[in-house]
Write a protein that binds this ligand. Structure first.
Ligand code: NAX
Ligand code: ADP
Ligand code: K
Length: 520
């Protein structure tokens, strides 16, 4: 099942609801400590005699750490605890936990550096979801001491969030913890799935506190292989090629054949009935040579001011024979491409995927983006392209707002790509590799998205395709080396990545993501 993701504020509301029903904050803290204890022992592979150093702050995150120390002692581990703000700063529950720890015979070490000596595992209970902004001293110094210890090979378990990481936005302070395991408490926090935060968490483990209810509405979802596979098309037996979808790719201005080849390959490798690539004459020949499975044709000269109306009319006419149009890779910049993209957005009665230069063209005619539209529009900008479409700095955690404003599905690309559909659903991609950070991999993705939408315009399929593309990047990186992957190798890996995602296909339950209106 897809994993629901929540904001820290939502998790606080879940806490408050649990308190209203009679669950005590103390009970939640004890449950949290139980999950941390298990994570520490799982990481080490043993508990008895394990030397664990716990650095605590003065909030409830620190309280969790003090409760953990007691539990570890109960299973024979040796816990060393430092409250970095000084034990006298604790109030409320953390103070109660401190007193229990001291009553249990525990002691407190005053300096983090001293506490860390000889640790087998360290636990970051410095700052949790109550923190904001750059960690100040004494947290700052403690975070540096933890990092120095980790550099010597001592693994770090983070309580709830790695300190210094924003669990809502996914941003990371200049001084922040890097963990090997993060035990996220109550429900998964959306920011921890986003980059750069995701890179600080290590393995993400959810510590169930019994506060999440079925009716809780997540802000986003994360798909696993099986979820994504079930969302993707599976050809019905007996289908003929036209029923398996027809994709038209409009790409490759003069001298920009590579992008057209890669987008066309993306569509072909993703599996579809028919792919046609429309490109400038030289590019068309390159596509025909490189991708024999595709049909090819040329559009007129988009660079020629007098002729671009004819070229636009030609593309629109050819689009009548397609189920989906993908436009943009290597389309070029200028009046011709802008006129073409505008015409496609305003007049095409087919689902339309706009990538790369088509996104840039759209930024030239923003009124086309906000005008009401009947067809499905999917935009696949990387951060630079997205920045041209929005006012002010890009925030990927705001992709759902962009999607709602534009009535379009927005695929905000980058590590941890965020896909948001205009009906309010959002997905944060869990797959991918830095191997994808190379020219042309985005073109492969746009072709793949065209292919999957050709059968059925379920926008959850876009997120599933992003996941699939990430897995293809991982597969290409494993076969070669993350530093030596070219976009063509990602296209090569698309079919095997799907086969791996499918595993033992088993029964297909259909789309597992409920739409908002079905979720009551
Ligand atoms: N349902 C849940 O999620 C539960 C949460 N619990 C824990 O409670 C934590 C949240 O507790 P709190 O709200 O007390 O918050 P924190 O434990 O994050 O503590 C925040 C403290 O740090 C200070 N602070 C804030 N920003 C700072 C900065 N930039 N530099 C230095 N100091 C800063 C604040 O003044 C405050 O004293 C969670 O992360 C989790 O560990 C658990 O106890 C159990 C239940
Ligand atoms: N560090 C990274 N980790 C994972 N995926 C990445 C990373 N950097 C880029 N990607 C992915 O690689 C692709 C690059 O797309 P794009 O920037 O449009 O490239 P191009 O225009 O060269 O085709 C996107 O799918 C993006 O999500
Ligand atoms: K923490």
């Amino acid at each position: 099942m897809p994993t629901p993701l929540f904001t820290p504020a939502q998790v606080r509301e879940m806490d408050a609801r649990a308190f209203d029903r009679g669950t005590s904050a103390d009970a939640l803290m004890e449950r949290a400590a139980g999950h941390l204890e298990r994570a520490v022992r799982d990481l080490a592979g043993y508990g008895y005699g394990l030397r664990v150093t716990i650095l605590c702050g003065k909030g409830n995150n620190g309280g969790d750490g003090l409760a953990l120390a007691r539990r570890l002692t109960d299973v024979g581990a040796r816990a060393t605890v430092c409250v970095v703000t000084g034990e006298e700063t604790l109030e409320g529950l953390p103070a109660v936990q401190r007193d229990r720890w001291l009553a249990r015979g525990g002691t407190l070490v005053s300096s983090p550096q001293e506490a860390l000596v000889g640790a087998d595992v360290t636990v970051d209970c410095l700052l949790g979801t109550g923190a904001a902004g750059e960690p100040r001293d004494p947290y700052r110094t403690a975070i540096a001491a933890l990092a120095a210890e980790r550099a010597q090979g001592t693994p770090v378990v983070a309580c709830d969030v790695p300190s210094g990481v924003d669990a809502e936005t996914g941003t990371v302070a200049e001084r922040a913890v890097t963990a090997d395991v993060t035990v996220t408490l109550g429900a998964e926090k959306v920011g921890l799935r986003m980059w750069p935060a995701r890179g600080r968490c290590g393995d993400l483990v959810t510590g169930d506190l019994g506060i999440l209810e079925r009716r809780d509405e997540p802000v986003a979802w994360s798909l696993d292989d099986r979820d994504a596979d079930h969302l993707l098309p599976f050809p019905p037996p007996g289908a003929h090629k036209r029923q398996r979808g027809r994709v038209l790719i409009v790409a490759g201005a003069q001298g920009m054949s590579g992008a057209a080849v890669l987008a066309t390959r993306g569509a072909v490798e993703a599996g579809v009935g028919l792919v046609t690539c429309l490109a400038a004459p030289g590019s068309r020949d390159a596509v025909a040579g490189a991708v024999p499975e595709a049909l090819t044709a040329t559009f007129g000269d988009l660079d020629d001011r007098d002729d671009h109306d004819a070229a636009v009319a030609d593309v629109l006419a050819r689009a009548q024979d397609a189920d989906v149009v993908v436009a943009g890779p290597g389309l070029g910049r200028g009046g011709g491409p802008t006129a073409l993209v505008r015409a496609l957005v305003e007049r095409l009665e087919r689902p339309l995927v706009l990538d790369a230069d088509a996104v840039n063209a759209l930024a030239e005619v923003p009124e086309a983006l906000t005008a009401p539209r009947a067809n499905a529009l999917v935009l696949t900008p990387h951060e630079g392209e997205l920045a041209r479409l929005v006012d002010g700095p890009v925030q990927r955690n705001r992709a759902s707002e962009y999607a709602a404003d534009w009535g379009a599905t927005v695929v905000a690309k980058g590590p941890g790509t965020v896909t948001a559909s205009p009906d309010g659903r959002t997905w944060v991609c869990a797959s991918g590799s830095v191997a994808l950070a190379t020219g042309g991999t985005g073109d492969v993705l746009s072709g793949m998205i065209g292919a999957v939408l050709a059968g059925d315009v379920d926008l959850a399929r876009v997120a599933a395709t992003v996941h699939w593309h990430g897995r293809a990047g991982e597969a290409a990186a494993a076969l070669r080396h993350p530093a030596a992957v070219r976009a063509g190798a990602v296209a090569d890996a698309v079919p095997t990545a799907r086969a791996r995602m499918a595993g033992d296909p088993g029964p297909r339950p259909g789309a597992p993501i409920p739409r908002p209106e079905d979720r009551r």
